[in-house]
Design a protein around this ligand. Structure first.
Ligand code: COA
Length: 239
């Protein structure tokens, strides 16, 4: 089986393929709050501005030039949306406003996104009100069914989900983050088995703010961080 396989990493230095990410996100996770906020929100804000600012990063996999899977992560689970909101509130109001005018039922998605953002802030705080640890999060992840069935894997020898996962975790670790979370819908057995199989621990069996029942997995790096790498906290000081 001769196929061309490419993984394109995106981050602060490399622009995100916003259109491909939007298409994959809508196809694979159509009921996620980001997808429900609409194509305009994803293409013009979420996958356009956030990667440029270093608030999200990730990778897209291509098979024979076609998008096959994606992963999106943040080095700051609690802060990334708050920082984006503070820096670009006018743009966000415009994008979300036009999105709701087009489809008024999107108001429900705005409410859920707001509740999730509030829920993220409920982690332990230091006496000065800062989060105890800055944690990364795998925000969205998926591979199209055609590229994750046993036949394709056997014939191509590719395990795209594993490759995408490795790229995202490497990027988060490079930002000096040693703890990463992933929220999964409680009835998503393949995703739960995926994280469990990689040794991630089930940390919470209920995550506040979500419309559907969700669980949370966590991974902690016990190896020492590289002091030569600037940390995410250092890069975003003052925000
Ligand atoms: C989550 C996802 C990326 C995992 O990738 P994957 O390629 O399926 O990963 P794996 O092949 O390692 O499968 C994970 C486990 O689930 C099992 N599994 C796969 N499909 C399954 C199904 N329909 N029912 C039950 N178990 C299933 C696999 O056997 C494997 O278990 P094992 O490690 O014990 O063998 C993929 O399932 C996916 O794209 N899902 C749709 C989008 C999604 O739900 N994303 C997660 C939310 S962020």
């Amino acid at each position: 089986m001769s196929i061309s396989y490419k993984i394109v990493v995106f981050n602060q230095n490399t622009p995100a393929p916003a259109r491909d990410l939007t298409q994959l996100h809508q196809t694979l996770l159509p009921t996620s709050p980001v997808a429900l906020l609409g194509q305009g929100f994803m293409e013009q804000f979420y996958y356009h501005i956030l990667p440029r600012e270093g608030l999200i990063c990730g990778a897209v996999a291509y098979i024979d030039g076609q998008p096959a899977g994606f992963i999106v992560a943040t080095p700051d689970s609690i802060g990334f949306m708050k920082i984006a909101l503070r820096r670009h509130w006018w743009r966000l109001i415009w994008v979300i406003g036009t999105s709701v005018l087009r489809e008024p039922k999107r108001q429900g998605a705005i409410w859920e996104a707001w509740q999730i953002m509030r829920g993220r802030g409920q982690r332990p705080l230091t006496p000065t009100g800062e989060p105890e640890t800055v944690e990364g999060e795998l925000l969205s992840f998926g591979v199209l069914p055609a590229y994750r069935n046993p036949k394709f894997i056997r014939q191509s020898g590719l395990q795209i989900s594993q490759d995408l996962f490795n790229r995202a975790v490497t990027q988060i670790q490079a930002a000096g983050i040693d703890q990463i979370r992933a929220i999964v819908e409680a009835d998503n057995t393949p995703a739960k088995l995926f994280y469990h199989g990689l040794g991630w621990h089930l940390d919470r069996t209920q995550v506040p703010g979500w419309r559907t029942p969700t669980v949370e997995f966590v991974w902690r790096n016990t190896a020492k961080p590289d002091p030569a790498q600037p940390s995410f906290q250092a890069l975003n000081k003052g925000n």
